[in-house]
Write a protein that binds this ligand. Structure first.
Ligand SMILES: NC(=O)c1ccc[n+]([C@@H]2O[C@H](COP(=O)([O-])OP(=O)(O)OC[C@H]3O[C@@H](n4cnc5c(N)ncnc54)[C@H](O)[C@@H]3O)[C@@H](O)[C@H]2O)c1
Ligand SMILES: O=c1ccn([C@@H]2O[C@H](COP(=O)(O)OP(=O)(O)O[C@H]3OC[C@](O)(CO)[C@H]3O)[C@@H](O)[C@H]2O)c(=O)[nH]1
Length: 386
């Protein structure tokens, strides 16, 4: 840890980071790396702590005293401003960010992603504190290419689908497609942060994650989350594989995504945290353009990888089609394709992702199998007995 320097060769001084949403998927990985590789202190704010329990106890851990957990709901807790004031930097990860909620709980989604983030921005701005705010690749919505005729050769031209921070438009569906409540709330908070920077000098960085996946993402329904809950696709498909049931392809699984390994993505966030001169005032795409698949291809790959890591034979019919209305309910809509332009993050931070989709699925599904297979087996045998 001694002699750590930033990208310009300047020494990195230990800092205090107020991390809101530290108990979630991304927060847990960020805390883990901050504890093991830096001298920084984390004031970890969340309503849950299960995913960072291994960092908080026992007190004999080498980083004892450098991470404090504050069980706070930022909607209504006056302690938040004090924590932001105590810190050099605030990282805001707190959000409702599972698509199954966007059209079924649109009010909670808008409040969580816009209204609840307002005081965080305000306290940072008023107290002259730096803010790293987590937005989403969903602010791009659909690609321009999605509106071209199916057989148009222009669909092959990157100009019609690669998503760049300073050039691409944000294209959402009509208001009745409440799927876009999340993207729209995230877009407005981005605009507010940007305006605070322009008018009041707020030092900010906005992160747009493109489908980060890995261990500890979401929950397995009925095991460490509600039986009727619908997590993001990695956990949905993991759940199906653990239960030996077909993976459900929403509307044929034609949508395309680029997936990035959480550990690669966390490297990018580290560079932002420790290189303020290069990161302030920027919006960064963080994704892996080389890992693009359709959801159907993802299902096929996860089936193969899971069979390898578990030693179990895949089902004869590994996938089943389901309509989005049946799976998510009224008001669902989808992003067609998400390829991040990497120009800005490359230029500012020299960062590139490393891990292939196959490799990241292998380590993630090994974790899922090791963590959940036994619990799922027991839960299933209990259900059968009843
Ligand atoms: N994982 C991805 O690929 C991805 C993609 C795009 C955007 N993001 C953004 O990154 C951020 C983190 O995502 P994640 O995948 O870790 O999600 P997550 O749900 O695992 O983590 C969010 C955390 O915020 C906490 N939280 C929510 N509301 C809170 C409140 N009112 N008070 C205190 N804590 C609260 C939750 O308890 C949870 O632990 C979110 O803002 C999300 O929109 C993530
Ligand atoms: O069982 C399932 C679950 C999902 N799908 C389809 O997979 C695509 C991806 O779904 P998901 O990972 O749940 O979420 P999105 O990529 O659509 O949105 C997320 O992107 C970033 C973020 O902002 C935060 O993580 C969030 O909004 C999608 O096409 C589903 O329909 C499936 O076929 N089967």
């Amino acid at each position: 840890m001694a002699g750590r320097v930033d990208l310009d060769g300047n020494p990195i001084n230990p800092m205090t980071i107020c991390m809101i949403g530290a108990g979630g998927f991304i927060g847990s990985h960020l805390c883990e790396k901050l504890m093991s590789e830096t001298p920084h202190t984390v004031l970890a704010v969340d309503v849950y702590s299960d995913k960072i329990k291994h960092l908080l106890e026992p007190t004999s851990l080498p980083w004892n005293g450098r991470i404090q957990f504050h069980r706070i709901n930022i909607k209504n807790d006056s302690r938040l401003e004090g924590l932001i004031k105590m810190a050099d930097l605030t990282v805001n990860l707190a959000a409702i960010c599972t698509p199954a909620d966007y059209n079924t709980r649109p009010l909670d989604t808008i409040y969580s992603n816009f209204i609840d983030a307002l005081p965080v921005v305000k306290y940072c701005s008023e107290n002259g504190k730096r803010l790293v705010h987590f937005s989403t690749c969903e602010v791009y919505g659909k690609t321009i290419g999605a509106f071209l005729p199916e057989d148009s050769p222009l669909r092959q031209d990157p100009a019609y689908f690669v998503l760049s921070e300073d050039a691409s438009p944000c294209i959402f569906g009509p208001i009745e497609k409440q799927r876009w409540s999340y993207a729209c709330a995230k877009q407005l908070i981005e605009r507010l942060i940007y305006a605070e920077g322009a008018e009041n000098g707020l030092e900010f960085t906005i992160v747009r994650p493109f489908n980060w996946i890995g261990p500890r993402m979401d929950f397995i329904p009925g095991i460490d989350g509600p039986s009727e809950g619908v997590p993001r696709v990695l956990a949905c498909f993991s759940n199906n594989l653990l239960r030996h049931e077909p993976l459900k392809l929403v509307d044929g699984g034609h949508s395309q995504r680029t997936f990035i390994y959480i550990k690669d993505a966390i490297e990018a966030v580290f560079l932002m945290i420790e290189n303020p001169a290069r990161a302030n005032g920027h919006i960064f795409n963080v994704g892996n353009p080389n890992n693009e698949v359709t959801v159907k291809q993802l299902a096929e790959m996860m089936t193969q990888v899971y069979s390898k890591v578990s030693g179990e034979t895949p089902l004869e019919t590994p996938t089943v089609d389901v309509s989005s209305k049946e799976f998510y309910g009224e008001g669902y809509d989808d992003s067609d394709k998400r390829i991040p332009d990497m120009t800005i993050i490359n230029r500012q931070l020299g960062w590139n992702p490393k891990t292939s989709l196959w490799d990241l699925l292998e380590s993630t599904l090994t974790y899922q199998h090791r963590t959940y297979a036994e619990a799922v087996k027991q839960a299933m045998s209990k259900t059968t007995a009843n």
